[in-house]
Ligand binder design. Structure first.
Ligand SMILES: N[C@@H](CCC(=O)N[C@@H](CS)C(=O)NCC(=O)O)C(=O)O
Length: 331
């Protein structure tokens, strides 16, 4: 764990001293957009047109943010358009590495770098900031298009539509304001909320974060009792963003991040929703519990100094969920 400062790697853990024990996530630095025709997107530069085999995703199978991008790639059938490299699940003094001594860790498929920070330096030799996954990389101009998952999934949702991506719109115009609103509080209370609980270094910061987590889970449980997905009976990016946190909750966040008031399996609707999305075509293949569990328990030495990986919950995400029948034809 560390970061780059003026192009030099420094091994430092997150600073919580300046924020009263609270964990603050920094903003992503590379914010260009891959678009159908290379026109600039809402931020950054243009020139990143959708072309077959031009782009590459660097992901961790452990990371909930990177997981979003793998899910949208799978749903949209973008495997022929965008290749993938998977980092090693352990993130220690060198940050993310390309060591391929863990099943499904691929190494760097493009440049044979040892460390992910070398890829950031290839894009910007003076880069200062965190070295995070996911990274959407342009093989043609050899630079980072974006390292912000929320924006990468929007790009993948539509950029390749004219070139044969699978049909499906996960950010439909009619639902955008509803999706934006859901994303905003779900990010704060759940996606990032579990990290705030887990990385808190004061009782007060933990108490506040964990209470936000369970208030939000109760709210989502209630919403998912009304319809199959968050906005109705159509799967959207809001569901995908929530889901990558839910799938890690019982196996990791309950014990490792001390989010242990309830488990997802205690909630009828949340646990059904978890299984529902897991069972959609292509989704289970994006989930790797070995990467997920080894990453968290063995990389966060400040909160789990022994590095022991817990036994984990007995769960079967292939059990029937009944949500399709339950909400059939209900808006
Ligand atoms: N806002 C970013 C966050 C990505 C992120 O924080 N990824 C984590 C892995 S789960 C990471 O790479 N952390 C390394 C670090 O913070 O040094 C996104 O959504 O893409």
């Amino acid at each position: 764990m560390g970061q780059l400062i003026d192009g030099v790697w420094h091994d430092v853990w997150y600073d919580t001293k300046s924020t009263g024990g609270s964990f603050k996530r920094s903003e992503s630095a590379f914010r260009n957009w891959l678009t159908a025709d290379g026109e600039p997107g809402p931020t950054g530069k243009g020139g990143f047109a959708a072309e077959k085999n031009r782009y590459h995703l660097y992901v961790s199978l452990a990371c909930p943010w990177a997981h979003r991008t793998l899910i949208v790639r799978a749903l949209k059938g973008l495997e022929p358009f965008i290749s993938v490299s998977v980092v090693n699940p352990l993130m220690l003094q060198d940050g993310w590495t390309f060591a391929d001594d863990f099943p499904q860790a691929t190494g760097d498929g493009l440049y044979q770098h040892e460390y992910l920070y070398q890829l950031y330096l290839q894009a910007d030799p003076d880069y200062s900031g965190r070295v995070t996954v996911p990274v959407l990389w342009d093989k043609k101009t050899q630079t980072i298009v974006s390292n912000e998952s929320a924006e990468i999934i929007r790009m993948l949702n539509s950029a390749f539509d004219a070139q044969g991506a699978r049909a499906g719109d996960y950010y439909p115009t009619a639902l955008r304001s509803q999706i934006d609103e859901l994303n905003s509080w779900i990010y704060d209370t759940l996606n990032n909320g579990v990290y705030q609980a887990g990385f808190a270094t004061s009782q007060q910061a933990y108490d506040e974060a964990v209470s936000k987590v369970f208030t939000a889970l109760a709210r989502v449980e209630q919403i998912l009792g009304q319809h199959r997905y968050l906005t109705g009976n159509q799967l959207t990016e809001a569901d995908i963003r929530l889901w990558t946190t839910l799938v890690r909750f019982d196996p990791v966040y309950v014990t490792h991040f001390k989010c242990d008031q309830h488990r997802i399996s205690d909630y009828l609707n949340l646990s059904g929703f978890l299984r529902d999305i897991y069972q959609l075509p292509g989704i289970a293949e994006t989930v790797d519990f070995a990467h997920i569990r080894h990453h968290y328990y063995r990389s966060h030495q400040t909160i789990n100094p022994t590095g022991i990986v817990s036994v984990g919950p007995a769960q079967n995400l292939n059990e029937p969920h009944g949500r399709e029948e339950r909400f059939h034809n209900r808006g």
